[in-house]
Design a binder for this molecule. Structure first.
Ligand SMILES: [Zn+2]
Length: 270
């Protein structure tokens, strides 16, 4: 009897979103460790093996419908892109859940565990969005407060109307308060800021604020007037433990400011 040559059926489910090899799920029906036992089955009766293969293909196709593929895509994003960001920010309590999720995704019969995969992935996704929303709100709040501080300065009224928006731009561009995050997106659709960018923005707030103040001074000072910026912190460096130390520092600052005024210099205190 002519025996049919070994049949290898590969099912490829594209989970999309990633360009790495891990984004593609390969299921080798005769290339798995079960191949040796299925080989003996083939010898005894190839029909049984082929039937098992067909059953498995049907099962996979049933599990990996649009909903199943979406759950896989989200799980891969949770493990590959969200978890590393949570981990470096100290969310260690999720480690166990992530390891479980990685194990389920790597299993040969991962398609049988889609409910568990979906549930574990949602835990990670929820933690990521909670962290993201907090950073997004905090950045908006602090930059909005900085904008209000600029607008509250006496010289703000002297800034020409047409220059107000451009002057405030370094601050307002980071004020996004309407977080809009489509499913599957790691960042807000309105500002596209990543978690790292929002953290850098907050770290840069002091510098950006000083930059805007300087710009306001430039726009509201007559061209022939000299302006000097004075950093108060330079007069109060180090710890102060005695009343006398405070008095001396205040006196030094006062002398310096009065000297500048005598020289007809406009002072900007920082
Ligand atoms: Zn935003």
């Amino acid at each position: 009897m002519l025996r049919p040559s070994a049949v290898t059926i590969m099912f490829r489910a594209r989970t999309g979103g990633c360009s790495t090899a891990s984004a593609t799920v390969w299921i080798g029906l005769h290339g798995t460790p079960a191949a040796s036992s299925s080989a003996s089955h083939r010898a005894a009766g190839g029909g049984t093996s082929l039937k098992q293969a067909h059953d498995r293909i049907r099962k996979i196709a049933e599990c990996l419908d649009d909903k199943g593929l979406a759950a896989l895509r989200q799980a891969r994003q949770a493990v590959g892109q969200m978890w590393p960001q949570l981990e470096v920010r100290g969310e260690a309590s999720l480690r166990e859940e992530v390891e479980k999720l990685k194990g389920l995704l790597a299993a040969d019969d991962f398609y049988e565990s889609l409910p568990a995969i979906g549930s574990a992935a949602r835990t990670v996704v929820t933690a990521y969005f909670t962290l993201y929303a907090k950073a997004h709100a905090e950045r908006a709040e602090q930059f909005q407060a900085a904008v209000e501080k600029i607008k509250g300065r006496a010289e703000w009224n002297a800034v020409p109307d047409t220059m107000r928006q451009p002057v405030l731009q370094p601050l307002t561009v980071r004020c996004c308060a309407n977080q809009e995050q489509p499913e599957g997106s790691l960042v807000c659709k309105a500002c596209s800021a990543t978690l790292s960018q929002m953290e850098s923005d907050l770290a840069a707030l002091g510098g950006l604020f000083a930059q805007v103040v300087a710009q306001v001074q430039k726009l509201t000072t007559p061209p022939d007037m000299k302006v000097q910026r004075v950093r108060v912190s330079e007069f109060f460096g180090g710890a102060m433990e005695k009343e006398e130390q405070v008095r001396q520092a205040v006196a030094r600052l006062q002398d310096h400011l009065l000297k500048l005024l005598d020289e007809g210099i406009k002072i900007v205190v920082e």
